[in-house]
Structure formats: C-alpha cells, structure tokens
Write a protein of this length. Structure first.
Length: 644
C-alpha cells in the first residue's frame, strides 16, 4: 500500500472516531512545550475532520513522511526531512486551517525524588514545584551565587562540592571585615542561606538546595556558591563592609548576589554598590525585612534590587514579613530546614531564608538560559508566581506572588514574548501644573497590533496620566505625559504600568509651583504705592502661569492676577493704596493650584507733621492764623485734628 492509500485508510478511521466521540478541541499551531525534551527529528500532527486527503498529504509531504499513526486518537507521528528542525516544521504547519495541532514528540519521565536524608523536612521544594523543575532542567552555563553574609562553612558535606573555585582549585571568597580570605561562618546565618540556595541534591545526605540538583549526584558543575563574609559573629556589618562585599563579588565572577541583610534607611553608598552590580550584569536579590512593616527596607527597596518577602507552608505571607508595593516577589521563609556550621542542620525563619531561595531559582534559570539579561531574568521571576494569601491585609506589589520554580524554567525555555520591563519618569520631580515624561519599556518588540499598556496614578490629585499608552508593533518603548496636580505640600505619587497582568512602578515627586510672595516696601502712607513680587519654585511651564491676587482691605488694591512668563521664575505687580484715617494692616494673597502665599502690607494714616502760627505775636484782642500740616494727604472726608 502506498503512503497516500495508507494515509487515506487512517484518515477515514480517524474521522469516524472523531464523529463518534464528539467535537475534538485542539490548539491551532501549538508551539513546542517550553520545558520538556523531545525526540529529535519528529513531530506529532492532528488534522481537523473536514480536512481533505490531498491537503493532508501535501502538509505531510511538506515536512517529511509518516512514521506511525495512532488511529484511536488520530495522531500522526512524522519523521522530518533532513535539515528541517522541529520548531521550523511546527511553524510551517501552524497557519494551515486543516491542522488541529502540531507538536514535538515529547519525552516524559517520572518526577525527581532526591535521596537526601532530610528532603521530607523541606516543604518549600514541592510547594514551589522545584522537584518538577529539576526534571526539565537542562543547564548549559555555570552560574555563581554570592552569599554575602556571615560567611559559609565551605567544607560542609552538603556544600563542599558546590563552592566556587578558580582554575588552581582555590576557593573564590573574601572577608570584607578583615580584608582577608577568612570567609568561614562564625554565626550560622550565611551557611543556612547557602544551603537553601544550592546544597547538593541527590548526594544521599542532608538536604536539597533549590539550585543543587545534580542528577546522579556526580555533576556539580553548573551552580556554584561564592562565600563573601561582611557580617561578624553577632550578625552585624557596617555599610562599608556590605558595599565592599557587593563590589568584590561583582568583580570576582558572581552572577547572582544574595543579600539576606538590610536596614530601614537608605544609604547612597549601598545603592551605588547594588547599582554597580546591576550595571555589570548581576542580579541582586535582597530580603524585605522581618518587622511586619510596609515601610521600605534597604537595599531591598532600591531600584535595581529584587526584594523578597516570606511565606509559610500554607502560602500565607509570614506574620513577620515586611510588605508593601515595593516588595516584588515572595518565597518560602518560615521554618526552613537547611545547613548549619559544624556540618549540622536546623530550622530558621525570616525573609533571610526566602532571599537565597529566590537567588537559587535565578541561578537555576540562568544556567539554562544564559542569554537572558538581568532585567529579563528579573521580569521572568516576578511573573513566574503562584497566588499567596495576605497576612491580616498585608500584601506585596500588585500582581506579585510566591515564586514557582517550574514555571520559571518553563518561561526561560519558552519562545520570547515581550513583557513589561520597566516604567521610568523624567524628570522624577516636578511642580504642580507642570509635566513629566513617562516611558514604558518591553523586554522584546511589541507584537503585531502593538502592545497596549494600562496606566494609573495612585493619586490623581497629585498627578494624572492617560488611561493607556500603545507601544507600536516592532518597538520596545513608548512615552506618555504626566501632569502634576494641585498639591499644597511636596508629595510622592506612584505611577503604574500594567501589561499582561504584570505591573511595573515608578515614583514621581510633585511640589507646589508657587513658592512665595513679597511686598516692598511693606509699610507705606495711604496714597503711596508698593510693589509685590511672586516667586516660583521652578520655571513657569510653556504658556506661562497666571497667579490670582487679592487684598484683604480696599485701602490696598491689586490686579486680579499676574502672569509669569514661560521660563521665568518671578513677576512683579503694582499695589495701589488710598489715604486712611487710621493705620490699616492689609494681607496681600497670591493663589495658584490650591496653594496660597501671603505677605503683609501696613497702610499708615497721616501723622501731624507741624503746627505753625502767623503771626506769632499779636496785640491784645487781635487774631492769628494757625496752620496744621500732615505728612500725607488726608483721607476722603478729611481728618480731624484736636486743638487746645
């Protein structure tokens, strides 16, 4: 029987099966599963019932030949012609209306169950599907995790094969407290973190680290631990110790830097250190803190750092974990079993434990997908998450969740599709009534039809943005205008961009534009004029600004408004006063965008300047003329001077 006749027989049977079994649902043009291995040079194809024999034959002949058929489900296994890859074959068939699906001939295996003694104590690994991730992990590059902490017991049986060494076999590590290579752990914190990240898996002892999978137990090539000690036996280290440790790790080959440390205040030196690591391609992961507060914790809250909250075995945010929109991801951190000095094991809790978990996931992904940038890896991790339960209303960033290791590896192997990378604002501080430019950026070019990014302002009284901005097809970024609102005090507002359920944030500070009002002179006789001057905090925007003016008393009059020209920071106006019979204290007010600036002006009544008599000597019974003189004109109706 020739191929066409063979095909027709199975197609007829295929159609009968489909008709008898009801409507079949297929994914048109299915793309390769992002994580599973597949048989080389083969694909599996299914056709819609209405497909004609000639169409089916043409489709098959275009990519290869029939190798096998499963008539019960209408699946055709095809051997591809030489030179045609599996993705190319699937792509060439994906647009054909008669094809229900086309997919690789996947390889399946049982889920990995490590033989590590205490694996059953580690709820976090199955909860995050780490065990499934190990099944599909296919590393191609070495990734170094720097544990910047209290040091690491480098000869611990679960860590000894995972420690990073140079070509001479010397451990690559440092102590920034003593400026030497004594990086052994005298506290226990660092060793515990190192085990979470990458303790050797399947070596028949101890625990399993997130990035410690070695299959048979013999291959420890791909994920390595760099011990960098910056905290002493008490678990403390100075700003300089920590910053130097980050820079040292960056300069000596670290790819992922795990920082289970921090403080509730920012420091420029530390920010510069994490920025340095980021600019050199490192991914910096840091603990969100354990004070159950929503105030930022540093360096986790810095821009170029992946901040990590803690969850427990029920996927509830840990009661101790800090929270807030500045926290980008969560990971198990409550009651985590890991390595301890003295070649022992034990439990610890904290965002300190959640941080090396995420660092380990990052290393696992990067070893499999080394072409990812640190920004792409960051974005991949924060979108590869499962839902979590807030603790008494404590939540982290909108759209953020608890890391799913299997999803992360799948995403790393999936065909590249754009995700929202960042939102930036320039300038990031403006005055009310002026504007700033926001920019949204994708990790890859926008698809056909463009990418519509939803925009929002946390407080529209402070700043407003358009509802959406579209990144044109083929482009990776687009800009939008942010308008400062009527603020009465300097206020920070969060601008959010959302694309495919992923949120990115940027902060804008809006200050009042109107700064001050002065009057000079600030004391005049009625009828004498004065000058008022309006001053802005910054240059007036395009078109200028009109400042409303008012006076608290009619004895001093001002124009209804004064305009400050575009680019100028001040303008003067004329104040006219009238004669008064008694001193009047006037308040001059300037108003703009809900902000008032005031200045006092005293309008003084005339004072008696002199009294003269003419003549000054008269005969008895004769008269003389007295003259009183004021120092300024008398008000309307005159002014009474008492004589005696």
């Amino acid at each position: 029987m020739n191929a066409r006749a063979y095909l027709r027989c199975f197609v007829l049977l295929f159609l009968l099966v489909l008709i008898a079994g009801g409507q079949a649902v297929f994914a048109q043009g299915g793309s390769p599963h992002p994580a599973l291995n597949a048989a080389a040079g083969e694909i599996v194809v299914g056709f819609h019932p209405a497909a004609q024999d000639a169409q089916i034959a043409d489709d098959i002949n275009s990519v290869g030949a029939i190798a096998d058929v499963q008539p019960r489900i209408g699946a055709f296994r095809l051997k591809l012609r030489p030179g045609l890859s599996v993705p190319q074959a699937i792509q060439s068939l994906s647009g054909h209306a008669e094809i229900a699906y086309a997919e690789p001939n996947y390889m399946y295996s049982v889920s990995s169950t490590p033989n590590d003694t205490y694996y059953a104590n580690q709820y976090a690994l199955p909860l995050t599907q780490t065990d499934h991730a190990w099944d599909i992990w296919n590393p191609s590059a070495t990734v170094v995790i720097a544990i910047v902490d209290t040091g690491v017991q480098t000869n611990h049986p679960d860590l000894v094969n995972k420690i990073y060494k140079d070509s001479t076999g010397t451990i690559v590590g440092y102590n920034t407290i003593l400026n030497n290579t004594n990086f052994q752990d005298d506290n226990s914190h660092g060793t515990h973190c190192a085990g979470i990240a990458a303790a050797q898996v399947n070596n028949g002892t101890g625990i399993a680290g997130v990035a410690g999978w070695t299959g048979s137990g013999s291959d420890t090539t791909y994920i390595k631990i760099m011990p960098v000690k910056c905290m002493d036996a008490s678990g403390s280290g100075t700003l300089v110790n920590v910053a130097n440790a980050i820079v040292w790790a960056t300069d000596h080959g670290a790819n992922v830097i795990s920082l289970s440390l921090g403080a509730p205040s920012s420091a420029t030196t530390l920010t510069n250190a994490t920025d340095y690591a980021w600019s050199h391609g490192c991914l910096v992961v840091a603990a969100a803190g354990n004070s159950s507060l929503n105030t930022p914790f540093y360096p986790a809250a810095d821009t170029n750092v992946l901040s990590v909250a803690s969850t427990d075995n029920t996927d509830t945010l840990s009661s101790f974990s800090n929270y807030g929109t500045w926290v980008k991801i969560a990971a198990p951190g409550s009651n985590i079993f890991s390595t301890l000095p003295g070649s022992t094991y034990g439990y610890k809790s904290g965002t300190s434990m959640a941080t090396p978990f995420v660092a380990g996931v990052a290393a696992l992904v990067w070893a499999q997908a080394p072409n990812l940038t640190n920004q792409q890896l960051n974005d991949l991790l924060v979108t590869s998450v499962d839902p979590y339960t807030p603790y008494t209303g404590h939540t982290i960033a909108n759209g953020a969740g608890r890391i799913n290791v299997y999803q992360a590896l799948q995403s790393a192997s999936a065909p590249s599709s754009p995700v929202l990378s960042r939102v930036t604002i320039n300038p990031n501080a403006i005055y009310g009534g002026s504007t700033a430019t926001g920019t949204v950026t994708l990790t890859a070019a926008a698809p056909m039809g463009g990418a519509i990014i939803a925009l929002s302002s946390a407080d529209t009284n402070v700043a407003t943005v358009p509802d959406t901005v579209t990144i044109a097809a083929g482009s990776t970024s687009a800009t939008f205008t942010i308008t400062g609102g009527d603020v009465t005090a300097t206020t920070k507002v969060t601008i959010t961009g959302t694309y495919n359920n992923l949120n990115k944030f940027a902060s804008l500070t809006v200050s009042p534009l109107l700064a001050s009002l002065s009057v000079a002179p600030n004391s005049v006789k009625g009828g004498v004029s004065s000058t008022g001057t309006i001053t802005l905090n910054g240059a007036a925007p395009s078109g200028g600004v009109s400042i409303a003016l008012s006076s608290s008393d009619s004895s001093a009059t001002v124009p209804s408004s004064v305009t400050i020209a575009a680019g100028a920071k001040s303008a003067a106006f004329h104040i006219t006063t009238t004669a008064v019979s008694a001193d009047v204290h006037v308040t001059i007010t300037a108003s703009y965008a809900g902000v008032n600036a005031t200045a006092p002006l005293a309008v003084l009544a005339p004072a008696l300047m002199s009294l003269t008599l003419n003549p000054t000597i008269v005969a008895d019974g004769a008269s003389s003329t007295g003259t009183v003189t004021l120092d300024s004109p008398a008000p309307t109706g005159g002014m009474s001077v008492t004589l005696a």
